[in-house]
Design a protein around this ligand. Structure first.
Ligand SMILES: Nc1ncnc2c1ncn2[C@@H]1O[C@H](COP(=O)(O)OP(=O)(O)OP(=O)(O)O)[C@@H](O)[C@H]1O
Length: 495
């Protein structure tokens, strides 16, 4: 238990601050020390404790203005002691700190009344900002809520990377509000799962959660599918019909691929968000609606706005909070915990417990263009192949070639996807001013050198054998190797 005061004076940046008493409860002396230095510099008094029990005694005696509480403490943990700290300190804000949180910890902290959630290791500037905000709030403002819900089963969102910790923190803080949330990230990064988690931890959790992919709806009827229509609105509309927003009344709508929403629908959505109402197609009477909107995209919406394909006002209205999920290749720290999670989900505990570092290292080498979805499918495949023994890299299917497809397929099946991914931007460009006129030659040039090198490597550099395997004339092979500048050394390594 320590107590370090500071004279009433301007802080290092020349600002005078109201002198407050801050209690830091953490069994890591370095954390206590860092806060002590930072806060005394700002003119505050810092008292520290290394366990919840010791901290509560201090809180009762000193009634601190702010408590910084670690989750992992020697006896009682921070989350369970949290309401006691709020009560004992007379309603002061409590900032919860954790090194390896999961979504449940973040949500439990917020539900139990934490005013903020700091993920270790944190930047001192962030910690300073969070403390300042907490100290500027009134003692009465942090209302503890003692409901702790658990994410369970298949839909659990897991991850240990700083990016996932940040996502957990954002989900926990935003869930209770009715704010719209924009969730971005490549395909398969878990956007839908984040949407479901926000709903599950919100006050709407007993109501409908409706994930909708407008791109999957009939293009001519998207508006009617979403908002309904009245009889006679268009040919075939022979009766009034409600839309998906009607079905989601009171609940949450998760709009996938928001970047592809037609302009007419964007206008209607903006009205829902701004005024809480919409018109059925062909109707003139607005209908009230109480639906929380979560939106996801893997497109760059700024680019879509620049190209006039996405409304700026809708973007700002939707992105009340923005959660970005980086691609798996940028958070490889999550590989082990995800593999374990998927194996446990399959009921394969022995494989989950025996995951080797060697395997995780080998998996880290892969590009994971299909992100967590690809990993989940790959683990499932490997578990089937391994039939109960520990997994090795050979049990896994080959890495996916293209960026476009989320599902793991055989190389033969994924090749057309890779070609489609290669073609799409070039054919799109064709629609613009600068069409490519050498598509066939460009594609062949992109894939042929790999084919030649691998075949030569398989035939130990024998050009005659390689030509035979390739089914082309030796002279043709020689010509192609010359054309691509491939020599025998090239063919002995790399692609
Ligand atoms: N952090 C995570 N923890 C556990 N499972 C995850 C995680 N992220 C993704 N998954 C799993 O990966 C798969 C893909 O996730 P999800 O559908 O949420 O991705 P998405 O970003 O919405 O993809 P798309 O853009 O293609 O719709 C799902 O099976 C989901 O359960």
């Amino acid at each position: 238990m320590t107590d370090s005061g500071a004279p009433d004076q301007p802080d290092s940046r020349g600002q005078t601050t109201r002198r407050a008493t801050v209690l830091v409860v953490d069994d890591e002396p370095s954390i206590c020390w860092a806060f002590e230095r930072m806060l005394t510099e700002q003119g505050h008094t810092v008292i520290t404790a290394s366990s919840a029990e010791e901290g509560l005694q201090l809180a009762a005696a000193r009634r601190p203005d702010l408590v910084l509480l670690d989750v992992r403490l020697p006896k009682e943990d921070g989350i369970s002691a949290l309401p006691k700290f709020i009560e004992t300190s007379g309603g002061s804000p409590v900032i919860v700190m954790t090194a390896f949180g999961d979504l449940e910890t973040a949500v439990a902290a917020v539900h139990r009344g934490a005013s903020e959630y700091l993920v270790k290791p944190f930047h001192l500037d962030d910690a300073r900002r969070v403390c300042q905000v907490a100290l500027s709030t009134s003692r009465q403002s942090s209302a503890p809520v003692a409901v702790v819900r658990k994410d369970q089963g298949d839909n659990r969102l897991v991850g240990s990377s700083p990016a996932m910790q940040q996502a957990f923190r954002q989900i926990a803080l935003v869930a209770a509000s009715d704010l719209s949330v924009l969730i971005t990230g490549e395909t398969g990064t878990g956007k839908e799962l984040v949407g479901a988690a926000i709903h599950r931890h919100s006050h709407r959790s007993k109501q409908v959660y409706l994930p909708i992919a407008p791109v999957a709806l009939n293009e001519d009827l998207v508006e009617s599918e979403l908002f309904g229509h009245v009889k006679g609105a268009f040919t075939g509309a022979d009766a009034d019909r409600s839309g998906l927003f009607d079905r989601a009344e009171g609940g949450t709508v998760f709009l996938d691929e928001i970047g592809d929403l037609p302009m007419s629908v964007q206008v209607k959505l903006l009205r829902v968000l701004d005024q809480g109402e919409y018109l059925r197609v062909g109707d003139v009477r607005p209908r009230r609606c109480n639906v929380r909107v979560l939106a996801a995209t893997n497109r760059d919406l700024h680019e879509a706005m620049r190209q006039g394909q996405f409304r700026e006002d809708l973007y700002y209205r939707l992105s009340g909070l923005h959660i970005h999920l980086p691609p798996l290749r940028e958070r490889l720290e999550d590989l082990a915990v995800l593999c374990r999670h998927f194996l446990l989900r399959l009921g394969n505990e022995s494989a989950a417990e025996s995951l080797s570092e060697e395997l995780i290292d080998a998996l880290s080498e892969r590009p994971w263009h299909g992100n967590v979805r690809e990993l989940s499918n790959a683990v499932e495949h490997a578990a089937v192949v391994a039939r109960g023994r520990s997994l090795t890299i050979d049990d896994f299917p080959p890495a996916q070639l293209g960026r476009d497809s989320g599902a793991v397929q055989s190389p033969e099946a994924s090749l057309p996807d890779a070609v489609a991914a290669w073609c799409k931007p070039r054919l799109d460009a064709d629609a613009a001013e600068n069409p490519t006129m050498t598509l066939h030659a460009d594609l062949v040039a992109a894939v042929e050198p790999t084919l030649l090198r691998l075949t030569l490597r398989a035939t130990a550099g024998s050009r005659a054998a390689a030509a035979e395997r390739l089914g082309i004339h030796r002279g043709t092979l020689r010509e192609k190797l010359r054309h691509y500048g491939i020599n025998d050394v090239d063919a002995s390594g790399g692609k």
